[in-house]
Design a protein around this ligand. Structure first.
Ligand code: ATP
Ligand code: MG
Length: 453
């Protein structure tokens, strides 16, 4: 279906008609800015979870007054940056309303002590990172495009509003995160940075060290799940920014297999996004070894070190660290699958759940990289056969520990844990049925004690 921009605009505006009306009634301008306008003009399918950003001439206090007057809930967490959030009744999504900010990029050199507010939409737009992101949509349906946003979209190019080498240097130096954002949009849209943008980014890349690593992480997370990660990663390599933020990926980019690596990356599910990080780190760790053959990989402890280094640098949460560490502990590669005994398989499933599916995704990526996909289907069939009721993940009757203490006359202590563990291991190894009765398990334990005696 051809993209009907006018209709898409009307649809977008109609769901915010009330909000526009509230601001206009108070003599304030309110416009939609940023990604939503870009995606509309680019005829990109608007994401289901569309994140709509607003800019307004109203100062934050006035925005609060307007929302209060209409009995709308608001949140002031971003007020330092001029952002007041509210909830969009129709979608339940959080909306951000940010007061116009003036273009301060010519005052760089010292960090700005605080955010200042302006009243000009034009100044607010020119301070934005890219011309494609510097358009605004007014409530009457007109698109304000002062810096060639449309043209940049048509030419599929990434450049700062206003362009020009000198100005690009200033914009990127002012907030070096913009370098990572450019890479992120290259990865998302498959657009190319202009030559001036690349030159300025190359000069400014070392300045990435001056900004918080949490900000790096937010952009890199998005880059890795974007549809064209190779475009973003290659540009980061070209500008030297990759060396600053993600040196782990350098050997991958420098290797012959990079395109295949990217293809495998793109096949991986985007949720959880740790899966893509795991793929990157696992591949980086085994680079130089035989991709399919786990016996040539560095051992798990060495792989964990690469996780720890990256996790520290990117300030990962404990949960992210844990998940990625568990995923890259993958004990075998495609070359080992055929020879896996039933016992090894059961033990792996029991140890790895609930991440069996994610480790299977990593195995598939390794098989794609190494051209050994034939091994995968039979392996999946075996894993599938160990799911549902046939799972080797032990599920003991509720309160089994207590029942066991009473029945065997045990006091709380290590002996109880050992008995429970013995039952679990027997279930994992297929020597006892899973989800059996407490009586059956007790009988097995008694019998074992008799045999041991
Ligand atoms: P997405 O669709 O991924 O949300 P987006 O373009 O909306 O993309 P956001 O991070 O939500 O990206 O930012 C909203 C807008 O704010 C951008 O389009 C851009 O105009 C502006 N912006 C965000 N970060 C910066 C920055 N570091 N420097 C300049 N402008 C920025
Ligand atoms: Mg956005």
């Amino acid at each position: 279906m051809p993209h009907d921009e006018a209709q898409a605009i009307q649809e977008l505006l109609s769901s915010y008609a009330g909000l526009f009306g509230f601001f206009e009634a108070e003599g304030e301008e309110l416009v939609i800015v940023g990604g939503a306008v870009r995606d509309l003009v680019a005829a990109a399918a608007l994401p289901a979870k569309l994140d709509v950003d607003f800019a307004t001439s109203a100062l934050p206090e006035k925005t609060i007054d307007i929302l209060k007057k209409r009995k709308l809930r608001f949140f002031t967490t971003g007020i330092r940056f001029g952002t007041i959030s509210t909830i969009h009744a129709a979608s339940g999504r959080m909306l951000e309303l940010t007061t116009y900010r003036p273009d301060e990029s010519y005052t760089v050199g010292s960090r700005k002590p605080e955010v200042t507010f302006g009243t000009s939409l034009e100044a607010d737009l020119i301070r934005r990172d890219l011309s494609i992101n510097a358009m605004a949509l007014r409530s009457d349906g007109t698109i304000v495009d002062l810096f060639g946003g449309r043209e940049a979209i048509a030419a599929r190019k990434l450049e700062v509003p206003g362009g020009g080498l000198e100005r690009t240097r200033i914009i990127l130096r002012d907030d070096p995160l913009r370098i990572l954002r450019i890479a992120r949009f290259a990865a998302r849209l498959d657009y190319r940075a202009t030559e001036e943008t690349t030159t300025a980014a190359t000069e400014c890349a070392p300045w990435l060290q001056t900004i918080s690593h949490e900000r790096w992480k937010a952009e890199l997370d998005k880059l890795l799940v974007a549809p064209h990660p190779a475009a973003g990663l290659r540009w980061l390599q070209e500008t030297g920014a990759l060396r600053e933020v993600l040196p782990e990926a350098l050997p991958l980019l420098e290797s012959d297999g990079f395109d295949r690596w990217c293809e495998a990356l793109q096949q991986l599910p985007t949720e959880p996004h740790h899966l893509r990080w795991s793929w990157l780190l696992l591949s980086a760790a085994i680079a130089g070894g035989a991709v399919a053959d786990a016996t040539s990989w560095p051992d798990a402890a060495v792989r964990q070190q690469t996780v720890a280094l990256l996790a520290d640098r990117l300030k990962w949460s404990n949960e992210e660290r844990l998940v990625v560490s568990e995923l890259i502990a993958l004990p075998f590669g495609p070359a080992q699958l055929e020879g896996l005994s039933e016992l090894e398989l059961r033990r792996w499933v029991a140890r790895t759940e609930p991440r069996v599916i994610d480790q299977c995704a990593l195995l598939t990526a390794l098989a794609q990289m190494s051209g050994t996909t034939a091994a995968m289907d039979p392996f999946f069939a075996r894993v599938e056969a160990l799911s549902g009721d046939a799972t080797p993940v032990p599920a003991l009757p509720a309160g089994f520990g207590k029942v066991l203490m009473t029945a065997l006359g045990l006091q709380p202590g290590p002996a109880v844990g050992q008995a429970v563990d013995a039952v679990k291991q027997a279930i994992i190894d297929g020597r006892l049925p899973n989800r059996g009765s407490a009586e059956d398990y007790l009988a097995w334990l008694r019998n074992r004690a008799d045999t041991d005696a």
